[in-house]
Write a protein that binds this ligand. Structure first.
Ligand code: 3HC
Length: 663
């Protein structure tokens, strides 16, 4: 790792390349080797400066998250030891950053005297997403470098920023247009200037007295400790320490917080989700297949779903043709598309020009023949098997032979759709969630004839759309909706036993869901719920006629301002559920007719029965092979149905708490 390039040797800078494929994770084992190399460089009098850089197209993804799953051995060499060696040395250190520079990787860069990055570099401290805080000095050095206010925003969001933004914040010293190492070796001739020796400040435009205000505001902005906010509050406390304490005391506090968090349940749940997400595209039994190129997309149907799907593809830079013969629907969809891109301009996410370009990349037509050039066509018409079969027949006739035909059905049989075509190997389900351009989940539904190449292409599409794509077998409701039916049925059963819907919702909100089961039903529509129940037959029918009665009363949910709850335009813009004694009376009346006696039910029972319903169905789907892995179900529930991520998803929660056996 010492300089081989004579030009570098002349400058007496030792270049140490982080090289631990695939992402240069700074595992304990790798840190041991790295520390030895650093010590060699430090012990060499000819070396005046050390330049860190990374192989494999990135600087480093930070600590090896696998190391946190076991007790940390007392003799483990960690990033902290590496950084301590850098800090103690008399030599100048420079970070030459290319690609991703994340977590402990960025903390190593922060311990250097200078940082230079290429324009494409991405810098981030994503620890909060793993229920952690930066634990190798990040919370102490960053407020000294860019100010506490900016540091808090950066670390609490956990998302990466561009080199340009990093330069504006003062996180890096320079952007190297050509070679980062070359510029780094020039900077290495500068004087030593450790970030740790600086004074933390609040922001350039704020006096030191603003510290308590900035800290208090930050505490208000993040979720409560009970609701998954433990790491965020600790992170803010650590930044407060950077303002109030000397560097070594601040570091000691950060270390204590990190070590507590790494053993916390929320962090192990979030780490489980991190790895579950990376397993999703690994499909046992499906040989590695080369995905087909997708350069143009067709969408059939310009309704809410169709326009959302079109926007999602346009946002990913793909041209889209939307076919619909209903002028009214098309006009509305055009407005939705333009409104969406203008909103992004207002938010500063797109320039006027980019918004215009993206808007133009969606073309509406009533001519099916225009779909002939599309590589992928997604059907998003009315949820009815006959209607959809007809669409597939027509698509099969107009689409080019290589095109993949996908249905955005949420419940229907993919094989029945595939049979309407002569290309059943190229037919599958792509189940988007409303609004399709925002919701991060995509269910990929494999029919019995769907080819490995079609599946591989669908996963690539998922990646292009930046969605978490989960493979599901072709079974009623796939993974997500199949499980939610049982959950809603259990919620109804509890209400039939005399528990008020408002209380059931409150218990699930306290658990961490953004809304309870009854508010969720009101949002999706009681008429839809009833139609699905009827289509499903006897197995899905409830013990009482509550749902029928509410639908007969035109209580269809939020859209009619009444469902299980009532709604008032002046309360929460008509979206806030208001308890309705009339509905509770209907539950009581129907329960009496069906011979269901009211009983006392504890909050724990409400929670465990509802979670138990999710978990039991999840277990059945695994047995039936509809879902491949428990982690796949967890991803579906966290990213599609609002399951609180700090509980890791229903299957993880079951494993951690054994709740299923109590249900
Ligand atoms: N630790 C262990 N494994 C990691 C890892 C990490 N930090 N980051 C990525 N990997 C693994 C993935 O599990 C995957 O393994 P697999 O091939 O066996 O499935 C492989 O590296 C490639 O990862 P991706 O599939 O995610 O590759 P991408 O190219 O899509 O993304 C990335 C690369 C942007 C680096 C992304 O992996 C990422 O965001 N990684 C996590 C970064 C992170 O959270 N860092 C903070 C760690 S905690 C820390 O540093 C604590 C410190 O403050 C003390």
């Amino acid at each position: 790792m010492l300089p081989s390039d004579p030009a570098l040797r002349d400058q007496r800078a030792a270049v140490i390349t982080l090289d631990n494929p695939p992402v240069n994770a700074l595992s304990f084992a790798y840190c041991k080797a790295l520390l030895e190399t650093i010590e060699v460089a430090h012990g060499n009098d000819a070396v005046e400066a050390v330049v860190f850089t990374g192989a494999n197209g990135l600087f480093s993804a930070g600590a090896d998250v696998n190391d946190f799953n076991a007790e940390i051995p007392p003799d483990a060499v960690t990033i902290r030891d590496v950084i301590a060696a850098v800090e103690a040395s008399v030599k100048v250190h420079v970070a030459a950053i290319e690609g991703n520079c994340l977590g402990g990787g960025l903390e190593l860069a922060l311990a250097c005297d200078y940082r230079v990055a290429t324009p494409e570099a991405k810098l981030g401290l994503p620890e909060i997403r793993l229920g952690l805080l930066p634990g190798a000095g990040g919370t102490q050095r960053l407020p000294r470098l860019i100010g506490a206010r900016a540091a808090l925003e950066f670390m609490l969001k956990g998302s990466s920023i561009s080199a340009q933004r990093a330069l504006e914040l003062g996180l890096i010293d320079e952007i190297a247009e050509a070679s980062a190492i070359e510029r780094a070796t020039v900077l290495a001739k500068g004087r030593k200037r450790r970030v740790s020796e600086r004074q933390a400040f609040i922001a350039k435009d704020l006096p030191a007295q603003a510290g308590p205000y900035v800290v208090a505001q930050a505490h208000k902005m993040v979720p409560s400790e009970e609701n998954g906010g433990v790491a965020a509050h600790k992170l803010i406390d650590a930044v407060q320490a950077s303002i109030e304490l000397s560097f070594p005391f601040g570091i000691a506090r950060e270390t204590r917080f990190f070590d507590e968090l790494v053993r916390s349940k929320p962090s192990s749940s979030l780490r489980h989700l991190f790895f579950a997400e990376r397993e999703l595209a690994k499909i046992p039994g499906v040989p590695e297949a080369e995905p087909l190129p997708i350069e143009g997309v067709g969408v059939v149907g310009a309704g809410t779903m169709g326009s959302g799907i079109a926007i999602a593809f346009a946002q990913a830079g793909l041209p889209v043709i939307v076919v619909d013969s209903n002028d009214e629907a098309v006009d509305k969809a055009r407005q939705t598309v333009m409104g969406m891109f203008m909103y992004q301009v207002q938010k500063g996410r797109l320039t006027q020009e980019e918004a215009w370009k993206r808007g133009q990349s969606i073309r509406f037509t009533d001519d099916w023949n225009e779909l002939a050039g599309a590589d992928l066509i997604v059907e998003a018409v009315f949820e009815n098997l006959d209607v959809k079969r007809d669409v597939f027949r027509k698509l099969d006739a107009v689409a080019k032979p290589s095109a993949i035909l996908a249905s955005n059905t949420s419940t229907l049989d993919i094989d029945a759709l595939a049979e309407a075509t002569k290309r059943s190997d190229r037919v599958l389900g792509l189940h988007f969630f409303v609004p399709a351009n925002i919701m991060p989940l995509l269910e990929i539904v494999r029919g019995k004839a769907t080819s490995a190449q079609t599946i591989a292409t669908a996963f690539k599409v998922g990646k292009t759309l930046r969605k978490k794509a989960v493979l599901s077998g072709n079974a009623f409701g796939f993974i997500g909706n199949r499980i939610i039916f049982d959950y809603l049925r259990e919620a109804t059963a509890l209400a039939e036993e005399g528990v008020a819907p408002a209380r059931i919702d409150a218990v699930m909100k306290a658990f961490g869901f953004p809304m309870g089961p009854f508010a969720m039903s009101d949002l999706s529509g009681l008429d839809i719920g009833l139609a699905v129940q009827k289509a499903r037959g006897a197995e899905a029918l409830g013990r009482t006629n509550v749902l029928e009665r509410l639908v007969q009363m035109n209580r269809l949910g939020q859209k009619t301002m009444a469902g299980f709850f009532k709604y008032d335009k002046s309360v929460g813009k008509g979206r806030e559920p208001i308890r309705d004694p009339e509905v509770e009376a209907i539950f009581a009346d129907e329960a009496r007719k069906s011979g269901i006696a009211p009983r006392e039910v504890s909050d724990e029972e409400i929670r465990d029965r509802l979670l138990g319903a999710l978990i039991c169905r999840g277990e059945r789907l695994l047995e039936e092979g509809v879902a491949l892995r428990p982690g796949d179900i967890d991803i579906v529930y966290v990213y599609g149905y609002g399951f609180p991520p700090h509980h890791g998803g229903p299957m993880w929660y079951a494993q951690e708490t054994k709740v299923a056996s109590r249900a």
